[in-house]
Design a protein around this ligand. Structure first.
Ligand code: ATP
Ligand code: MG
Length: 375
């Protein structure tokens, strides 16, 4: 069993600038794979490099397997890091590259060969052990870089965008290999990416960062279903969630004993179901931002729906299993994902947009507006 990683109030300030990492507290459990994700410049690499010891810590404490490592040099932290630019030694074979760290440690040759052989087998590199990096594909080289980290049997693996040099297909297959490898070895891992799909598919939990802070840390499905704020909601999910500014108001619908609430955005009235907004936040006229994923919207022909938002089809994107329709409305461009088999739409056609009541998210206004739901 490998150790846990504990970050307590960790900060980093470069020179006199704004902090690159602000007061981050996280515990990565033994054997867990935590993904750090967020837009470019939000502090992911800085945080990872502080765990590795490649960057000094401006504030807070980092513990690995219970031991504070703030002043421990990188080589004594028992972590192995895989970078985007994995720089193998070009004059050494795959076998020599993979065994290099062990040789530096003074491990005898037979023992070294055995560890390299085992790692090569788990990565499908057995037939390539005698080759030089120049004779390998990008994906094979990346696997050698992984193998080099694995043979060290560290407490913690640190990955910084290890797949970003690979083409789309290879990224997906190597991602699968990393996940399988983690499930087998169960080494505590921190994995940095700015690709939210990679984060969703790999992470036991994902920590979404913005401007040096962790905005939310939870399982991928919880982050997707209950994003803590508008930034997280917009970052996780493809295509992005649609956002519309409006105000809360009592539903004026006639003939209903308990009329409930809705969001009014321009002349669009969107009824909100129970649980979408906490009781305390339900105030007449309260400014809010309504969030709906593309799969939470529907289209209807003009005249065929009430309480809908009028628009014009701007772009139609067939994807095979679904079609994304971009609709120009008085509230901006909205993306609607329609399942295979729904009647086709053409660019320029007039349409009505409807929201499914159970797919709504409510946030306070602003880029970092908090989720208003009851849970
Ligand atoms: N050595 C440095 N000196 C000064 N500022 C730095 C240094 N390294 C990073 N920064 C700044 O710290 C902030 C966070 O950078 P970091 O590299 O951690 O971002 P990131 O989330 O990894 O981004 P990306 O997805 O682009 O790799 C950025 O504003 C960056 O400009
Ligand atoms: Mg980075």
């Amino acid at each position: 069993m490998t150790g846990d990683v504990q970050l307590q109030g960790v900060s980093k300030v470069y020179g006199a600038g704004q902090p690159a990492v602000r007061d981050v507290s996280l515990t990565i459990a033994p054997g867990e794979l935590l993904v750090l994700v967020g837009p470019s410049g939000c502090g992911k690499s800085t945080l990872l490099r502080m765990i590795a010891g490649l960057e000094t810590i401006s504030g807070g404490t980092i513990r690995i397997a219970g031991k504070a490592v703030n002043d421990t040099p990188p080589k004594d932290r028992d972590v192995a890091m895989v970078f985007q630019n994995y720089a193998l030694y070009p004059h050494m074979t795959v076998e020599e590259n993979m065994g290099f760290a062990l040789r530096m440690r003074g491990m005898p040759k037979p023992q070294r060969a055995e560890k390299v052989r085992a790692a090569a087998q788990s990565l499908g590199l057995t037939d390539l052990l005698g080759r030089k990096p120049g004779e390998l594909s990008g994906g094979q080289r990346q696997r050698v870089a992984l193998g080099r980290a694995i043979v060290r049997e560290p407490q913690v693996f640190l990955f910084d965008e290890p797949l970003s040099n690979l083409d789309a297909r290879l990224r997906v297959s190597t991602r699968g290999e990393i996940k399988a490898l983690h499930q087998r070895l169960r080494v505590t891992t921190v994995y940095v990416t700015h690709d939210q799909e990679e984060a969703m598919t790999l992470g036991d939990r994902i920590a979404v960062m913005h401007a040096g802070q962790v905005r939310q840390c939870d399982t991928p499905l919880a982050v997707y279903a209950r994003p803590a704020d508008r930034m997280v909601a917009g970052f996780v999910g493809t295509p992005s969630m649609n956002f519309v500014d409006g105000v809360l108001t009592r539903n004026p619908a006639q003939g209903n004993a308990s009329p409930g609430w809705c969001v009014r955005a321009s002349n669009w009235l969107v009824p909100i179901g129970p649980g979408v907004c906490s009781e305390a936040a339900l105030q007449e006229g309260k400014p809010v931002t309504l969030g709906v994923r593309p799969t939470g919207l529907l289209l209807a022909k003009p005249g065929e729906a009430e309480a809908a938002l009028a628009g014009t089809v701007h772009v139609v994107e067939p994807l095979g299993e679904a079609t994304d329709i971009h609709v120009q409305t008085a509230l901006g461009l909205l993306v609607v994902r329609l399942p295979l088999g729904t009647p086709p739409w053409r660019a320029g056609e007039a349409t009505l947009v409807l929201a499914k009541p159970d797919s709504l998210h409510l946030f306070e206004r602003g880029e970092l507006g908090k989720r208003l739901a009851r849970d």
